[in-house]
Design a protein around this ligand. Structure first.
Ligand code: CCH
Length: 288
């Protein structure tokens, strides 16, 4: 007698739509977190899961979801991301067939879209790895550095100058936390809405070093907003600045390039079987 393998559930697009909707619902139900949304920290989880990719060795990237394990969960850059992983646990419990690596990236897409961003095409196909696939520390960018470091880190993932600048627009969202990175404050006045304000503020505001005991960071005149040294490198460097100015003037151009580059980021190193990408509809808040 042969052995029987249990019939495996093969999810279809409508199943992934249910996952997207469950994440959107949890975002709506938990608006007492931070600046009013788990969206930014979900984005950061998807980005840190993906941004470990190395084109040369084809290691890292969103495939694997190795941040579930130590040592990767304890890498300094990942401080605070437990909040995002824990936020998604009830969704994983409800849809146990989805891999963590698909869930984290789909939740990133959902967060961007629910915070007013462009549609980001997404497809399933990531598999979870075991602890042996954890990436070494040091693959994610160090905020105390400048353009040379940005080109080295993002070049290792396979991104060019334009893509580096487009990716950085995600800093329109969320904030720095002293108990996570040591830095402090939000980049924009609307940290739960994706806009091109990160670029507009970089170009229009006067930025000075903040005088404080924390790590070196910039502040605006009102002392309510911040920039990291890596953010300021985008206007100090002539090649980067071209794109900052373009996106500051043209939110549509930013949204188009942002959608493309986030799609690419979330797919780095994933051995997809499915060619087709899906677009998910924004879940409107009841009454809006
Ligand atoms: Fe970032 N980011 N990021 N970042 N980031 C931080 C927070 C967010 C760098 C450093 C930091 C991207 C690129 C870079 C988000 C998305 C992206 C923090 C504060 C630091 C430090 C963490 C804390 O204290 O909680 C550096 C350096 C780079 C180099 O380019 C890219 C690319 C993306 C996404 C595409 C988001 C969102 C946050 C806010 C998280 C939150 O919890 O509010």
């Amino acid at each position: 007698a042969g052995s029987f393998s249990p019939k495996e559930f093969v999810p279809a697009k409508e199943d992934y739509i249910k996952v997207y909707e469950a994440v959107a619902k949890r975002l709506e139900e938990n608006e007492d977190y931070d600046d009013g949304s788990y969206g930014p920290v979900l984005v950061r989880l998807a980005w840190h899961a993906s941004g470990t990719y190395d084109v040369e060795t084809k290691t890292g990237g969103s495939n694997g979801a190795t941040m579930r394990f130590q040592p990767e969960s304890d890498h300094g850059a990942n401080a605070g991301l437990k909040a995002a992983r824990d936020f998604l646990e009830p969704v994983k419990a409800k849809f146990p067939w989805i891999t963590y690596s698909d869930l984290w990236t789909l939740a990133g897409v959902c967060a961007f879209q629910q915070m007013g961003g462009p549609t980001i095409p997404w497809r399933p196909g990531r598999a979870d790895s075991d602890i042996s696939a954890c990436t070494p520390d040091g693959r994610l960018p160090d905020a105390t550095k400048e353009q040379k470091h940005l080109r080295a880190i993002f070049g290792r993932m396979g991104f060019n100058d334009q893509e580096i600048v487009a990716l950085s627009g995600a800093h329109a969202l969320g904030r720095c936390h002293t108990d996570r990175s040591g830095f402090d404050g939000p980049w924009t006045h609307s940290p739960t809405m994706l806009t091109n304000d990160f670029y507009r503020l970089l170009v229009d505001e006067k930025w000075n070093w903040r005088k404080w005991n924390g790590p070196a960071q910039y502040e605006d005149k009102s002392k309510t907003l911040m920039m990291l040294p890596t953010d300021m490198a985008l206007v100090k460097d002539k090649e980067f600045k071209k794109y900052v100015e373009k996106y500051a003037k043209d939110q549509d151009a930013f949204f188009k390039d942002f959608s493309d580059v986030i799609c690419k980021l979330f797919e780095l190193g994933v051995p997809f079987k499915q060619e087709e990408r899906w677009s998910f509809k924004v879940v409107e808040k009841p009454g809006s």
